[in-house]
Design a protein around this ligand. Structure first.
Ligand code: 6GU
Length: 228
């Protein structure tokens, strides 16, 4: 999979996309992520990419020309499955969307900054508008990093143990069960006996019950989505 990300503050994406699992996925050539600085497409030598909004009001708006120029340049190089704009007024991001997007070949992600981007860019180019939750961030970069992480870990080979993405919270509309590792006893708290038993079927049953219990108490809204 190839992901292109357009950002006015590419520095914000550097660390999250270049460590740990995503770093290894890049090295293994399972994913390719290119971050493009909108500043390189500024309208003048002062590096201008934003302006005040028509009609008045606080906050700067990312202008049409720089965005249009880089989007068209990128689109001339490859066919994008989706052109995604990260915005608090988009559809709320969920695991199902991560699953879907992980099957695509080419994604283009536009990060807004300041107040947002000119509506005409959304009208002309954007195929999907995504929000990561009901709160406002200073820009789309951190949201994009979250989305890219959630997508890439689903691509076969990215995680060492491929089944581990399938047992994530939300993959079956249930939260994940509790986890334990060594030592068996810590500050007088013991690892549940069943996990030491070696009875794989019984362990799976216990984990499912724990998942169900956690979901009931913490996220009763998810229980309604369970297949009957
Ligand atoms: Cl995608 N962008 C911004 N700026 N704020 C957000 C968001 C995105 N999702 C939730 N809040």
């Amino acid at each position: 999979m190839r992901i292109d990300i357009i950002s006015a503050v590419p520095e914000l994406l550097e660390s999250p996309l270049n460590h740990s699992i995503l770093k290894r996925a890049k090295e293994k050539k399972l994913i390719e992520i290119q971050v493009h600085s909108l500043r390189d497409y500024a309208i003048n030598k002062h590096g201008q990419i934003d302006d005040t909004q028509y009609g008045g009001g606080a906050g700067m708006v990312l202008m049409c020309e720089p965005l249009s120029k880089i989007i068209e340049e990128l689109k001339s190089q490859r066919e994008y499955d989706e052109v995604i704009y990260m915005t608090p007024d988009g559809v709320q991001y969920k695991q199902d969307m991560a699953n879907n997007l992980s099957l695509k070949n080419n994604l283009l992600i536009i990060c807004g900054h300041y107040k947002g981007i000119d509506q005409r860019i959304r009208d002309l180019y954007v195929t999907l508008e995504i929000s990561i939750g009901d709160y406002v961030l200073s820009g789309g970069e951190l949201a994009a990093a979250i989305m890219v992480d959630s997508i890439c870990r689903l691509i076969p080979g990215v995680l060492n143990d491929e089944t581990s993405a399938l047992t994530d919270s939300f993959q079956d509309h249930l939260l994940a069960p509790p986890l334990y590792t060594r030592p068996v006893s810590f500050k007088n708290l013991k690892v549940p006996e069943i996990l030491l038993s070696g009875h794989f079927a019984k362990i799976e049953e216990w984990r499912f019950e724990q998942s169900l219990e956690r979901t009931k108490t913490r996220r009763p809204d998810l229980i309604k989505k369970l297949p009957k």
